[in-house]
Design a binder for this molecule. Structure first.
Ligand SMILES: Nc1ncnc2c1ncn2[C@@H]1O[C@H](COP(=O)(O)OP(=O)(O)OP(=O)(O)O)[C@@H](O)[C@H]1O
Ligand SMILES: [Mg+2]
Length: 263
């Protein structure tokens, strides 16, 4: 049986009002339960593609379906999605729990139910002891966890993450990567993840989509055919190095690809 598609990008392209062709038409299907990473040089349209999936940007042509519905009608599918940005964008004057509760407050969820869901989300990201803390009392990694909890509190089926750990030190990033994989498995999420890190892409993904810039487009795809759970042992294994080398070569080709288009 074919897995249900979580996201279908159907010849969707994007030209910004200033004339920049940010994306040539993209065709892409992401099945429920996949962990897909978008990788590629700066300006190749990763954020543009993610924002179109989120419904934050309209494609110039083509369409996108999320759980078989146009993005604006996702409610009809009974499914939800959440977006986690690179910077935690927390309200500095509000406690961790108030920050995490924000999407539920906006949705008018009754306070008692909201508080229970906030507690669950904070526990999932290991921050239950910090519910009353202010963001500035937390490290960068912990603030990112708050941001992820705020994404999870709506109990999404699809999680979109745009370079969520890019600003963090390597050890913290590894820890959050591992925790994210646990969450993905536990909650049976579908994840679309943007990163500049080849190692992060290999460690996390079931599939990597390589993009090239000027104009932005999808150029290659790689299945990372390695069972989960993935451990630190995987990261020092020969097969990890082989995948990393493949992606490295592809990224180099993608980074040079605009020269060919321009000629
Ligand atoms: N609001 C906008 N108006 C005009 N051009 C834009 C706008 N946003 C992005 N672009 C351009 O569209 C192209 C794709 O940008 P996008 O931000 O999607 O790339 P990206 O792959 O996310 O890059 P990065 O790795 O630096 O985050 C780039 O050429 C960028 O300059
Ligand atoms: Mg971006």
């Amino acid at each position: 049986m074919q897995p249900t598609p979580a996201v279908e990008v159907l010849s969707a392209d994007k030209i910004y009002p200033n004339g920049t062709q940010a994306l040539l038409p993209v065709d892409l299907t992401i099945a429920e339960g996949e962990f897909v990473t978008l990788l590629g040089p700066s300006g190749c349209g990763k954020s543009t593609l993610l924002k179109m999936v989120a419904g934050m940007l309209e494609p110039s042509d083509g369409r996108l379906l999320v759980f078989r519905k146009p993005v604006a009608q996702i409610d009809e599918s009974g499914r939800r999605m959440a977006f986690v940005f690179q910077s935690p964008t927390l309200m500095p004057w509000a406690s961790v729990q108030t920050n995490v509760r924000l999407p539920l407050d906006l949705a008018g969820v009754p306070r008692k139910e909201a508080d229970a869901r906030v507690a669950e989300a904070l526990e999932l990201v290991g921050l239950d002891k910090f519910a009353k803390a202010l963001p500035r009392a937390l490290s960068g990694g912990m603030q990112m966890r708050v941001s992820i909890a705020r994404g999870l509190v709506t109990q999404p089926d699809l999680l979109l993450m745009d370079e969520p750990f890019g600003a963090l030190d390597e050890i913290t990033r590894h820890k959050l990567d591992a925790d994210l994989l646990d969450l993905w498995r536990k909650k049976k999420l579908t994840v679309i993840f943007v990163t500049h890190s080849i190692h992060e892409a290999v460690f996390l993904s079931s599939r990597v989509i390589m993009m090239a810039a000027r104009p932005g487009r999808v150029v290659e795809q790689f299945e990372i055919d390695e069972p989960y759970p993935r451990t630190a042992d995987f990261m020092v294994s020969p097969q990890f190095s082989r995948y990393a080398k493949k992606l490295q070569d592809s990224l180099l080709r993608a980074s040079n690809a605009h020269d060919e288009v321009m000629q």
